[in-house]
Design a protein around this ligand. Structure first.
Ligand code: ZN
Ligand code: ZN
Length: 396
């Protein structure tokens, strides 16, 4: 409550969580009330029920999402509620289901949740996401272990990655936050025109233009409601808004991506003037192509993030199949919606003003990992002068 969410006395809390996270949610709820929460309300999702829909629901079900539910969440945020998400659903839940149905359901859900999501991407309220180890997730991460061992290994990995294994995690997080802020301040001082990502094996050579008036962010942030929070636990990234029309070259993913229950492996994309002109994958190719066809902005970048290879998550060497963790183990880019808070004065701009500066707009925001132990990153000035930022995955 003190480091992640920054829940305020008298503030309402809206939680979302998988049913398998029930014990953790009960603990969080008790601590939220101790911290002065006015009311804690949790909305549970259940993997078995989600699967039952794909196996049994009529076809028209997949174009429908409960707007009434998402509107209620948006209303809660507008009336001052904080938001906490607990992640832990089975990353491969929908791997065997029809990708067309999965994509239709995702589009419907993204449309319905837009009013609530906008309050999050604009950082209007204090929010955070944390993880709970669940049996199905643990089995995917540690397939060779029996369930109890896999589960306890996943909990250990979550605690290690989240920097809460020391005697004083609150102090450690403050220090970590200050380190991230130093990097962010440095990057903001440089005013790079673009970044170039390249690997010696030739798998990646991508130039990512940065939006005019882009602002780097990382670690904690003060939300529009004045509350300081760490939106992700763990977090290792310094991130900013790319220019939606100035991305060129090709990039190969360094880790598989689990998107809404589908696994997408070895993604390779070619960009021209900001847009993906070709996307391939060795598994889930249909899913990635459906994803980038969601809307006009789904083919363009909304985020670019630098993460050193020597972060604890990267050093743990575990593939989590969960973006909250995997994105903090490697430099990454995100397709879709940009964060308006990553532009100077962006939180007060209209969508048209944001677009003019190069910020992308889309129903989706999907991070995928491109960094690793061989990634080099240069910061480029407008005249093309290059400065080394990262070599072999780590800060220069
Ligand atoms: Zn990110
Ligand atoms: Zn992201």
């Amino acid at each position: 409550m003190r480091i992640g969410l920054g829940l305020q006395p008298g503030q309402e809390l809206v939680l979302t969580a998988p049913t398998d996270a029930l014990p953790l949610v009960r603990l969080i709820t008790a601590h939220a009330y101790k911290a002065g929460a006015k009311l804690v309300t949790t909305f549970y999702s259940d993997d078995a029920a989600t699967l039952a829909r794909y196996q049994n629901a009529p076809d028209e079900s997949f174009d429908y999402a409960p707007a009434w539910y998402h509107d209620a969440i948006a209303t809660a945020f507008k009336s001052g509620a904080a938001r906490m998400g607990v992640t832990g659903a089975n990353p491969a839940l929908l791997a065997q289901q029809d990708p067309a149905k999965v994509s239709r359901a995702n589009v419907a859900a993204s449309k319905a949740s837009k009013p609530a999501m906008e309050l999050i991407t604009r950082h209007e309220i204090n929010w955070t996401i944390v993880a709970a180890a669940t049996p199905a997730w643990a089995k995917l991460v540690f397939p060779d272990d029996p369930e109890p061992a896999a589960l306890s290994k996943l909990w250990d990995a979550i605690f290690f990655a989240s920097r809460i294994t020391s005697d004083d995690p609150v102090a450690q997080w403050k220090q970590h936050g200050e380190n991230l802020k130093r990097r962010v301040d440095f990057l903001n001082g440089r005013r790079y025109h673009s970044l170039r990502f390249y690997t010696p094996d030739g798998a990646t050579d991508l130039t990512v233009g940065l939006a005019d008036q882009h602002l780097w962010a990382g670690g904690g942030t003060t939300a529009g409601n004045g509350v300081y929070c760490q939106p992700n636990i763990p977090t290792e990234e310094c991130f900013t808004t790319p220019h939606k029309d100035r991305v060129n070259g090709f990039v190969t993913a360094s880790k598989p991506l689990s998107h809404q229950g589908t696994l997408i492996e070895n993604i390779r994309c070619e960009f021209k003037d900001g847009k993906i002109v070709k996307a391939t994958a060795t598994a889930g190719e249909e899913a990635i192509n459906k994803l980038i066809s969601t809307d006009e902005g789904a083919r363009k970048l909304g985020e670019v993030a630098l993460v050193p290879h020597n972060s604890p998550i990267a050093q743990g060497g575990i593939l989590f199949w969960n973006t909250l963790f995997d994105e903090n183990a490697a430099s990454h880019i995100a397709l879709g919606q940009a964060y308006s808070t990553c532009l100077i004065g962006g939180e007060k701009m209209s969508n048209e003003e944001l677009a003019k500066l190069g910020a992308n707009e889309s129903l989706i925001h999907v991070d995928w990992m491109i960094g690793g132990p061989t990634m080099n990153v240069d910061g480029l000035a407008e005249d093309g002068t290059a400065e080394p930022l990262m070599r072999a995955g780590d800060w220069v």
